[in-house]
Design a protein around this ligand. Structure first.
Ligand SMILES: Nc1ncnc2c1ncn2[C@@H]1O[C@H](COP(=O)(O)OP(=O)(O)OP(=O)(O)O)[C@@H](O)[C@H]1O
Ligand SMILES: [Mg+2]
Length: 242
């Protein structure tokens, strides 16, 4: 059984049209350059400061966390020819006793195998909250607890030489166990700003043919908290018109 699915390059290109989030994008890019590039000058310092390309993006739904991940995957692909894989937690966690922990170990082996050629990989842990259970709340001896500990150990074991970038996303950052949080080198809060909304409105507007005789109402900018919300409103309008 494979727990890692390769993310198709065409899908990466299609889903990576990011608007805004420049600061987060640039910061992640720098660390991707350090980890996947050939310049090893800063390796010792990175080791000391725990600078690894292990990132978690958190924030409300529709703020662009997944889009940001795809954009970074595209960057790594274009610059370093690094392939992206998605870890499927829903396949790993099973009700069969003793199987979940074994599956986690198989998944780590898969990651190690994929990295053995020295090229490295990008690993998506999208909607990381699916596997969240506060370790405090769970049974001391439960298998899930051991699986979590193994996941923490795995994160901890990722050295810069392995050339792994992890991009995790979650809507429920507060519910993540703080010991697990600490294993991510970088935590980024992703939120939509007015400038990004405006840019998105302009981008969509350019794609609306004159024949539809439709202009996105200005009010949509104020009433939308995220690009996803803005798109939703325009989508409904357009469908009524066509
Ligand atoms: N910054 C952005 N740039 C481009 N598209 C965006 C951005 N933010 C949101 N979108 C659009 O809104 C939709 C939802 O975005 P996305 O899936 O990245 O959000 P999310 O934060 O991952 O949401 P969720 O927490 O529900 O998974 C997509 O159609 C995407 O194209
Ligand atoms: Mg998402």
């Amino acid at each position: 059984m494979c727990f890692l699915t390769r993310v198709d390059e065409n899908l990466i290109k299609k889903k990576s049209k990011l608007i805004g989030h420049d600061e987060i994008f640039n910061s992640c890019k720098k660390v991707i350059d350090l980890v996947h590039g050939s310049d090893r000058e800063l390796v010792d310092l990175c080791d000391e400061l725990d600078i690894r390309s292990i990132n978690i993006f958190y924030g409300e739904t529709g703020t662009g966390k997944t889009t940001l991940s795809y954009s970074l995957a595209e960057y790594a692909l274009n610059k370093f020819e690094v392939e992206t894989y998605e870890l499927k937690f829903q396949d790993i966690i099973t009700t069969e006793l003793g199987k979940t922990l074994a599956n986690f170990h198989l998944a780590y082996e898969e990651v190690n195998r994929l990295c053995s050629d020295g090229e490295g990989i990008v690993l998506f842990l999208d909607e990381f909250d699916r596997l969240l259970v506060d370790r405090q709340q769970s049974n001391e001896v439960s298998e899930m607890k051991r699986a979590f500990i193994s996941l923490m150990d795995f994160f901890q074991s990722i050295s810069i030489e392995r050339k792994i970038t992890i991009l995790a996303t979650t809507n429920c950052f507060d519910q993540i166990d703080s010991a697990l949080k600490r294993r991510f080198s970088f935590h980024y809060k992703v939120q939509c700003d007015d400038l990004a909304l405006k840019e998105c409105k302009d981008r969509i507007s350019k794609k609306i043919p004159d024949s539809l005789d439709y202009t996105i109402p200005e009010g949509y900018l104020e009433s939308s908290k995220t690009i996803a919300e803005l798109k939703q409103k325009v989508r409904s309008d357009i469908v009524k018109l066509i």
